[in-house]
Ligand binder design. Structure first.
Ligand code: ZN
Length: 274
């Protein structure tokens, strides 16, 4: 099995400081959380921004400041969301790809109901533009799959040249409106992958630990952090993002996998050096 990449997703769009006071929301807090997670074994940081009122935003200024603060501290691989604010228009969702050229960015491969009261819109025209912008700016897409249909849609984008092989997938399981977070579902998805693909997976909330273990056993990469789960165990809040990374790093060792460093990730994914 190849080395296991731990991605930390410290903030996300939905978690609140009311629910977990350790949630990092300012550029300085996010950079500190990323650095602590890096020291605990994370090789990639998947970042979302919040405005001055802690609401989700695709503000280019916030992305820029946060990336600079992270870069001052460590060489972790930067992965920026393109879906950080459900109200954002297509141009706003791509501006930071072109301006900041992160090494990796998310590519959400289809539209889905965010149960129970929203729609997560990823129009094929938007995805085509996004994929092309990523190719032009040498940004590696992390293709996020919330449900089976999205995986098969990604094959269409490979065929049309919007995604280039080898594709790296992120399976997002257990979101209301998406595929439930079960080992059976994960194993099914992994079996459908193109031969050259690489993949990572995570479950949200209570199913987080199940998918963490399953992904490591099945040979994939993993993601942890407050974007997906603010608890360490049932009813016990995680103290920090780094605490979740520490556990993931322990499991990587327990399952006889080797931990990937940022340098390993840059080699594996042939990333542009930053
Ligand atoms: Zn995200």
């Amino acid at each position: 099995m190849r080395k296991a990449i731990i991605t930390v997703a410290p903030t996300g769009e939905g978690a609140t400081k009311q629910a977990n006071p350790a949630l990092p929301t300012t550029p300085a807090e996010i950079a500190d959380a990323v650095y602590e997670s890096y020291k605990a074994g994370a090789a990639v940081a998947h970042l979302h921004m919040r405005d001055d009122n802690d609401r989700p935003t695709m503000s280019l200024a916030k992305f820029k400041e946060t990336v600079e603060r992270v870069r001052d501290k460590c060489d972790i691989v930067i992965n920026l969301t393109t879906s950080g604010d459900i109200r954002a228009g297509d141009d706003e969702r791509m501006a930071h790809i072109i301006a900041l050229k992160p090494e990796i960015a998310s590519f959400d491969c289809g539209t889905m109901n965010w149960m129970r009261d929203d729609v997560f819109v990823n129009h094929p025209h938007f995805l085509t533009r996004l994929g092309k912008a990523m190719i032009e700016n040498n940004v590696k897409p992390e293709v996020e799959i919330f449900d089976t249909g999205m995986l098969f849609d990604s094959f269409y984008f490979i065929k049309t040249g919007v995604l280039r092989e080898p594709v790296h997938y992120q399976f997002v399981l257990g979101v209301g409106g998406g595929m439930p977070a079960t080992v059976e579902n994960l194993a099914y998805l992994v079996r459908q992958l193109p031969e050259k693909a690489t993949w990572s997976a995570f479950g949200v909330g209570k199913d987080h630990i199940t998918i963490l273990a399953a992904a490591l056993v099945l040979g994939g990469d993993v993601r942890v952090g407050f974007e997906d789960n603010i608890y360490y165990s049932k009813g016990v809040l995680a103290k920090s993002n780094a605490q979740l990374v520490e556990r993931a790093a322990r499991l990587v060792n327990e399952f006889n996998r080797e931990l990937a460093t940022p340098k390993d990730v840059r080699e594996m994914f042939k990333l542009r050096s930053y």
